[in-house]
Each structure stands twice: as C-alpha cells, then as structure tokens.
Design a protein around this ligand. Structure first.
Ligand code: ANZ
Length: 962
C-alpha cells in the first residue's frame, strides 16, 4: 500500500481500505465455506436438506464453465461469473432455493499440447490449473455450492458421458413417433417382420456383421466412412472451423486434405425439425436463435430427376427450392465431386470421348476432350475450401462435361457443367440453373454465354428479355409466365402455388417430389487425440462394434508414453491417422465376457470431441455424486422439470459468450432431447433462458513493427502514446497475455478488494455490451464502498454510529425509490443502473447528520448481492445475527413511491382563480387540461373564449380570455 494510505490508517484505523477489505473478505469467505452458506438442498438423496428451503421456488443459475487454462484468469473472464453471482444472491434474498455452482471443462487440446511439449501428463497440468483457477475465483467471493463442482475429466463424471454415449448408440429415431427409441424395439420390428429389413431378407438369415450394418443405418450414434479434413502435418483430423479459407490448418498452417475415414457420428439431423421448433419457446436472444436456425438451414423445395441423353441408366437429380422455375432451366451444374464426374461408372460413362458437335469454345477450358477438362477442373477445385468456392463476388469458373440432360417438363436439351459454386455436401450436389432468376446462375450464364429464359414476371419495368438485364430477378412474390408444356401450365400462378403444382406434376410422373433439405450435417464425433473420453466400444474379430456393459464403466484413459498423434509429411495425403491410444497394445487388445463367454476384442482408439463433456453438465450439477443413475428423477424434476404453462423446463438462467451460439448449445439441446425421449429426464430443453454477456476489452499498444508492448509501461503524452521513448499505436481489442494488456483479478483485489472489483465490473455498462477496461476508473467504486462504510462505522473508533430514530420523509422517499428501482434492476440483470441507484441513495445518506439504523440496514441489504463481503461485515456490525446472504431483500413501500403533490396556481388575467394539487412530474399538456377542466376556472371564465394559455408545469397556468 502507498504511504498516504498508511498515514490515513494511522488517523483513521477503521477506514475501509484495501487492507481492511482483504481482512473482511478472507474472514467471510472462510466462514461461508465453513457454514455451507451457499449449499442448496435437493429434495432427496445425499444433498437433501431443509424441507422448508426445498419448498421455496427454485432458481438454477449457471455459467458456461471455464476451461482451466495455464494462463489463469484476467479480469475479463469473471464478468459473467460475477453477474450470475449477483443474480443468484438476489434470488436467495427473495425467497428462492438457488442452485449456483461452477465446474471445469477440462478435456481438450491445450493440455494435450502442453503434454506433448513438456511430457507432463495432461491430468497433472489440468488439475494444477484447476487448483489455481479455483483460488482466483474464491477470491471474488462467488457464492457457489462447492459440493456440486466437478471437472469433466473426473472418471466419476465421464463414466456418465460414456453411459450417455451408450444410450445414444443403443437407440434409433422412429420417424413415425418422432422420437428416439431403444434399438431393441427396432430389432423386434425386424424379427417380427413388422418392418422390412434393408435388402429385403429375413432378419434370422443375416450374419452378425450384416445385422450390425443394418442397425448402423438406424443408430443415433453410428460409425461410417465420412469425408474429413485430414491434416497429415498435425497427424489429426480437424473440424471445419479449424481449417482456414485457403484449406490449411489454422494451427501450424499445414495443408488439409479431404479424405474418407471410418468415424463415429451422431445423427443430429434426425432432430433437425425438433431443434428448430423448440427454439420458439426458449427465452434466448433472437440473434442466437437465428444463428441456430441458419445452421440447421431448413429449405423446402423439390428433387427433380433429369435423364441423361443417350444413357438411360443415368440420371442427375437436383435439389431446388424453385421447382416453379423448371421451364426457365437452361443448363445443369454438378459439383466437381459429383458421381457424374467421379468414380461412379454408370455416370462417368456418360461423358463422351470427344466434344459434341458445336460445343462453344469457352466451355472446354482449352482441353482436347471432356474427360481431360473435367479432370483438370476437379483438381483445381479440390484445392479450394467451401467458403472460397461460395464467395459470391468471385468470378464463376467451370467446364462443360460434354453431357446433355433432358428437361423433363419441356423436353429441351440442357448442357451439363461442372462448377465449384455447387457444393457436393448440400442437397444432391447438382442443380438446375435458372439464370434469369438466380444471381449465381446469372453470373455463370453471362460468363459462359448460356441462354436465359424469363419465367417469373418481373415486378419492375425491366421487361422479360434477360439478355437486356443487369441482374437476375430473384423475387418470390410474383407471377409465373412462359411456363406451359405437356399436361401442365403454371402461367398466371403465383410462385408458392406454382411450386405446389410442379411438385404434384413431378410426383405423378415419378420423376421428383417435394422435399425438405437441411444444411445441418451429422455430428462427427471421433477425434484422434489422447486427452478426451474413451469410447465405451469394442470390436470383435469380424469388426462388429459392441457396446461395453454399464458395469464396465467408466472406461478409464490408459497411461501412455507419447500423447501426440503420429504426424506425417505435410503433403502426404495418402496417410491415415494413428491415434495415441492405438499404440497401447495392452489396453487396446482385451479379452472380455460380453454375455457370450470370454472373447478377444479390440478397443476403439479414438476419443470423444471436447463438446461431449459440456453436453450434459447441468444434469451433474443437479445430482453430482450419484453413482447409480445419471441423475435422480426427483432431483432432475425439481431443478430442471417443465415449468407451468411451458412445454419445457431447463436451467433458469445460463450466461456465457455469444461465441457459443451454435455448436455447444445445439449439441447440448440434441442430447437433452435424446435423454428426454428415452425417459431419463423430464425436460427436452436444457437451458430455458440464455444471456450473452459482453466482452471486457482492453487497449492494445503496438510498436512500429506491429508487436504488442506491455500496456502498463506505456506513457501518454499530449494524446500520443510512448513505450521506452518510442511512439506506439493504440487500439481497443481483446485482453490477453499475448497482447500484453492482461489485468488479473488478483491485482485489483490486492489494490482495492474483491467487492470493489465486483462493483466495477458490474458498473461498467449494460451486461450485454462490450466495454473497455480502465484500471484508473476502478477507484470510483472503491470510494462508494468507503462512503457506505463511513455512513455506518466511525473510522477512528470502529464503532457503529447509526441512531435508532426514524428517518425523515425525504430520506424515506429516497430509500424506497432506491429499493424499488434496485430490485427491478437486479431481477432484470441491469446491474449498472442498480449501482447508480445505490450510489444516489448513499450520497443522500452521506449528507444526513445522523444515519437511522433502518436506513443503514436497508442499504446494506441493497448492496449485498453486489458487494457481499462488506455487506456481511456491516450486517453483523449492526448487530444482526444470521448471514446477510439469506436475509430478506427489502420491499419498497408504495406509499413512498408516489410523487409528493405540488400546488399549481391558475391565474386568469393575472389573478389567482384556483390552486390545484398536481404531481410534480405533470406535463404542460396534461396540466393545461386539468386547469381548464377545474370547476372554479370554468366558473371564472363564465363561458368566455380563450385567447392564450401559458403553462409552466408544474406550478403555474396563466389563462388569457378572448
Ligand atoms: C433452381 C433455382 C431457381 C434455384 C431460382 C434458386 C433460384 P437454399 O435456400 O440455400 O436451400 N442449390 C441447390 N443445391 C446446391 C448446391 N449443392 N450448391 C450450391 N447451390 C445449390 O438454396 C437452394 C437453392 O440453391 C436451390 O434452388 C439451388 O438453386 C441452389 F430461381 O434451383 B435453385
């Protein structure tokens, strides 16, 4: 501490200083732990508690749990944790049983990479990080029920992650019932003949391997040869998000190849509609709902089969959302990975040996034959990412395949192109191009000199000849033209009706049908890593996958010597991942009795993705020590069960960053729905209310080379910034160690105390907007706490100075106005305005000669959720027994909320004719109306007209008669 503080401490030994705050905070944190102050009782089981508390309404308040990184926390991290803590404390004080705790999401890449570099076991480094982070968080005074905390790497936790995997593996999605059901019920349907066995044979005739394949087509967790992003340089498969736009690994910048690999997948696509529909009832930010809707990407359209000319066996099926424009299709495009241009012989034979007569020279790419042109183009496309391929602004590229298809509605011959603006992974990987009404097709047709036909009447005056247009006409809200053919005419129909009519026509002829397409893909669930949950799966000698029985869970991660996947020459695409677990032969090869005697098996050697552990952790908080069941139904229903008048239940408030808009939240919702379908939980949604906190930003200072310099050593001189005499630039950005601008909560706690840090973070602005950190501004909140302290405690003696007299009227009004406002603000996560109101009240009280005890107590209660340590200390000093944590939040007396009336004088020709009692906030218009309607004024005017009324609300109205 600085010398001035020491001097001040001598004069006022009981002043609220950092040293006193440190003492108060440590003392109460210990006491709260010892007394289990934040423990929330369950209705039954090992965490059962006071039935009177259980009988209260419940609130389950949750943060997105942290990854225990080695860097520890900076002040940006706890923003959300403090916010949920304030909210939880407010609800404890308003009669709720509050579940608030925090665990750790501890599997994942950083720990594994650290292990690779240092040889430290990821468990060792991760657990050390957790200890460190827990100490940092404890210093903030967060009211967590510590009995309920865990890490996803605890075998007692991941036993149940594995158990859930088995439930998913052992179930299928019944399209009729629209829900997951046990796989045994599907087997029973195959056995009894109620459902046809794929391939048409009897179930009893199939070998074990054939049965396994047949069931694999249905299981919600299934292994398949899936195209993946294989990065030989890293020796691992990457998620799409980990691949840069130019097809390289974000980490290490190695080439990434599309390769096929046997991988576990989760059939999330089966839940696409329910994941969409159930969004409606959730109290989530609209922006997040929209991102989820876009991710799922439901498109209603049709599939249309186009016969290939001269090859009766081949057809190109397209997916279109605009089957109403079929008469306007003038060419087809297949993706460069489409069977027509790849391995599929039936199709490939359709590609002619030579360019057909009259082929436009722009269509050949300068190649001698279609086969050469296609091969060259495919190679070019393989080097690009999907994002690049779809970029709208970029020039359209492609080549003619030499193949012609037949438009089924007009009989017209359409050239088939391959072009990379069509993606294999969407729809059918083939499109019918309608250049007049689709901007991408329009650009392509222009570039390749292809015909265009207008079949939707433009709403503007551009006419119906697309050759004269500057752009395509893409509207859905118009009428169809030029669309009459064999047995069908769409002319005069609006788009929506024409779509329906065309779908009917296609269905009647068996050449297409209405269909719904989703952007959503099944979830690739295998990782070639060490530090993740092992799969509870073994393979027999035929390669058939078997689930381990529950009694063999958890399947613990074995010790290995080398944590890194094997890496290869970065350019060697013909390699395959070798996982760390696969090298441990003793673990991999096992003899197990799975019910039919001991047999040899080989374990699955991939691990689950990092998302798995965060897909269900809310359920573990509810019943953290249960080793018999995933979660006890009673505890689950109590904390998570459906709420009145709502289809679902779920966590009452879930706070985290908007960067988790899609994947984590979608996966967690998906698992909830499966568990719900299978009867393990009562809510099909995990999180009822979601809130995204903003980010704490910080200035990043960079030198001339662009490297960040330590922010604390930068000096400001006349609006410019200098580091060691050199001028540096300043920009607002993220906070972090690598940017050399991190401020730790530990530093701020040491300088001011945790209560000040908490207040400052909550006062910085509305919770959902990003805000720049400013260490110099923290002192403002420190002063608030000092003044509050001084209003109650004598700084020289440490005695409480409050008096037992009643508060005066003005103070009561100020107090109840603050109570009313703060209560509403806290209930609605408006912590910054709550603090402003408390500050205003405190300023009022500071001016009083004496502070009435009732006012002091109320102020302490108001600030308790925000600054719990000082509140607890003052509460006890005021002689109250029992923790402030469970005291009742004050309730505003409405009598003090109405404004005091003021007297308004009404004059006519300068003479007072009436005195009216009006509220001080009355508007001029309102006051004029009241004045003119007053009986005394009406009488005084005696029916005379009015020339002018001068209003000075709330005190004066002057009427000038005509
Ligand atoms: C003909 C047509 C005419 C189309 C028209 C649009 C406008 P959404 O809404 O995103 O589902 N399409 C289909 N599969 C594709 C693929 N694999 N790669 C690139 N584009 C593809 O978009 C569906 C539309 O996108 C489809 O409808 C198809 O073009 C194109 F006036 O078919 B449309």
């Amino acid at each position: 501490m600085s010398e001035t503080n020491t001097a001040a401490e001598v004069a006022a030994p009981h002043r609220y200083t950092a040293a006193l705050a440190a003492d108060i905070e440590a003392r109460w944190q210990d006491a709260w732990d010892a007394e289990g102050t934040y423990e929330a009782p369950n209705p039954s089981g090992d965490l059962a508690g006071d039935p009177a508390v259980v009988a209260r309404p419940k609130k389950f308040i949750m943060d997105m749990f942290p990854y225990p990184s080695g860097a520890g926390l900076h002040v940006g991290h706890p923003l959300g944790y403090i916010a949920t803590d304030v909210y939880a404390r407010y609800h404890r004080m308003t009669g709720h049983n509050v579940l608030h705790t925090l665990g750790f999401d501890a599997f994942g890449l950083p720990a594994e990479q650290y292990a690779v570099q240092t040889g430290t076991h990821p468990r060792v480094s991760t657990e050390a990080n957790i200890v460190n982070m827990k100490a940092q968080l404890r210093r903030l005074g967060l009211g967590h029920d510590k009995r309920r905390s865990f890490a996803t790497i605890d075998p007692a936790y991941y036993k149940w992650t594995q158990w859930i995997f088995l439930q998913i593996f052992n179930s299928w999605y019944d399209e009729e019932a629209k829900k997951a059901r046990p796989i045994a019920e599907l087997v029973e349907q195959f056995e009894s003949g109620r459902r046809e066995v794929p391939g048409g044979r009897a179930w009893s005739e199939l070998t074990a391997a054939e049965r396994s394949d047949a069931l694999g087509e249905y299981r919600l967790a299934y292994a398949s040869e899936a195209p993946v992003n294989w990065c030989p340089g890293l020796g691992t498969v990457l998620a799409n998000e980990e691949v840069t736009a130019d097809g390289r690994s974000e980490r290490g910048n190695f080439p990434v190849f599309k390769s096929k690999l046997r991988q576990w997948n989760m059939r999330i696509t089966a839940y696409a509609d329910r994941l969409l529909e159930d969004l409606d009832a959730l109290d989530w930010p609209e922006a997040i709902k929209l991102q989820q809707r876009n991710w799922i990407g439901r498109s209603v359209g049709a599939r249309v089969d186009f016969a290939v000319e001269g090859h009766a066996e081949a057809a190109v099926t397209v997916f279109t959302t605009r089957q109403d424009t079929l008469f306007g299709a003038t060419y087809l495009v297949v993706a460069p990975e489409h069977p027509l241009v790849t391995e599929d012989e039936a199709h490939r034979s359709a590609i002619p040996a030579a360019w057909p007569e009259g082929t436009h020279e722009d269509w050949t790419g300068g190649h001698a034959t279609p086969a050469e042109a296609v091969a060259a183009y495919r190679k070019e496309a393989a080097a690009k990412s999907d994002v690049e391929r779809q970029a709208d602004a970029k020039e359209k590229t492609g080549v003619f395949t030499g193949v012609y298809a037949v438009n089924p509605v007009s009989g017209e011959k359409l050239p088939v192109f391959t072009a990379d603006y069509v993606l294999m992974g969407y729809g059918t990987g083939a499109i019918m191009a309608v250049p007049a009404h689709d901007s991408r097709d329009f650009a392509f047709a222009r570039a390749f000199d292809l015909p265009m036909r207008c079949v939707v009447q433009p709403a503007d005056d551009r006419g119906t000849d697309p050759a004269a247009w500057a752009e395509s006409f893409d509207s859905y809200d118009a009428e169809i033209i030029n669309s009459a053919g064999e047995g069908i005419s769409l002319d005069g129909l609006v788009v929506s009706d024409a779509k329906a009519r065309m779908a009917e026509w296609l269905t009647e002829r068996g050449i297409g049908e209405a269909t719904v397409n989703y952007r959503l893909r099944d979830w690739l669930f295998s990782r070639q890593r060490y530090w993740g949950e092992p799969f509870p799966i073994v393979y027999d000698e035929q390669g058939v996958a078997h689930a381990l029985p529950e009694s063999m869970l958890p399947l613990e991660l074995p010790e290995v010597e080398d944590y890194s996947p094997r890496t290869f020459e970065p350019d060697d695409a013909d390699t395959e991942p070798e996982t760390p677990l696969s090298r441990n032969e003793d673990w991999v090869n096992v003899t197990l009795d799975l019910g039919d005697g001991p047999k040899r098996y080989r374990r699955e050697t991939n691990t689950m993705p990092n998302w798995a552990g965060s897909c269900w952790y809310e359920l573990r908080y509810v019943d953290p020590h249960n080793d018999q069941q995933l979660v006890s139904p009673e505890a689950e229903q109590y904390w998570m069960g459906p709420r009145e008048g709502q289809p679902h239940g779920g966590v009452d408030l879930y706070v985290g960053g908007a960067e988790h808009a899609v994947l984590h939240l979608l996966y967690a919702r998906f698992w909830s729905k499966i568990l719900f379908d299978l009867g393990h939980v009562s809510s099909a949604e995990p999180f009822h209310k979601l809130y995204n906190q903003g980010m704490i930003q910080a200035y990043v200072y960079r030198d001339a080379r662009g490297f960040p310099v330590p922010a604390t050593e930068v000096e400001e001189r006349e609006g410019a910034y200098y580091f060691q005499g050199e001028k540096v630039s300043r920009l607002l950005g993220k906070m972090g160690k690598s940017l050399k601008n991190a401020v730790t909560p530990d530093e701020i706690c040491a300088e001011y105390g945790a209560d000040t840090l908490r207040l400052y973070e909550m006062a910085m602005g509305p919770l959902d907007v990003s805000r720049p950190w400013d260490t110099r501004a923290v002192v403002g909140q420190y002063r608030l706490l000092q003044r509050l302290w001084r209003n109650v405690v004598d700084e020289a003696t440490g005695e409480v100075t409050v008096v037992d007299s009643e508060a005066d009227d003005a103070t009561l009004r100020a107090l109840h106005k603050a109570i009313d406002g703060v209560a509403q603000d806290l209930a609605n996560l408006r912590f910054n305005t709550a603090i402003a109101k408390i500050t205003e009240l405190n300023n009022h009280v500071t001016k009083l000669r004496e502070v009435p005890r009732s006012v002091a107590e109320a102020m302490v209660l108001l600030i308790a959720p925000l600054a719990p340590h000082i509140a607890e200390e003052l509460w006890r000093k005021l002689g109250r027994s029992g923790s402030v944590v469970h005291a009742d939040f004050p309730v505003a007396d409405p009598a003090y909320l109405v404004d005091e009336a003021v007297i308004c004088v009404v004059q006519i020709k300068g003479k007072v004719k009436a005195r009216l009692e009006v509220p001080p906030s009355i508007s001029d218009e309102e006051l004029e109306k009241v004045a003119l309607g007053d009986p005394a004024v009406v009488a005084a005017l005696g029916g005379a007209g009015i020339r002018k009324v001068i209003v000075r609300a709330p005190k004066l109205v002057n009427i000038v008669p005509a």
